[in-house]
Design a protein around this ligand. Structure first.
Ligand code: 9UX
Length: 72
């Protein structure tokens, strides 16, 4: 059983930005599903908290040049 979370993502300027994030994050262990919305500047994530933590996701997104802000 997994968790779902939505969070803001800043720094995206075109659809390819969103696609890059989806491609990389969806390949991470423990991530079941990821959907990035360019217009909303948001990301929805389904994940297994036993296999991946949100900090790792945020870090990978940062490596791509974007800022994801998880809920506190
Ligand atoms: Mo679009 Mo995003 O040309 O880094 S891929 S702005």
């Amino acid at each position: 059983d997994g968790k779902h979370v939505s969070m803001p993502v800043s720094g995206m300027h075109c659809a390819a930005c969103a696609a890059r994030i989806e491609k990389i994050v969806s390949g991470m262990e423990g991530v079941a599903q990821v959907s990035v919305n360019l217009a909303d500047e948001s990301m929805h994530l389904a994940f297994d908290p036993d296999k991946v933590d949100l900090g790792s996701v945020v870090s990978r997104v940062a490596d791509l040049g974007f800022t994801a802000t998880p809920p506190p």
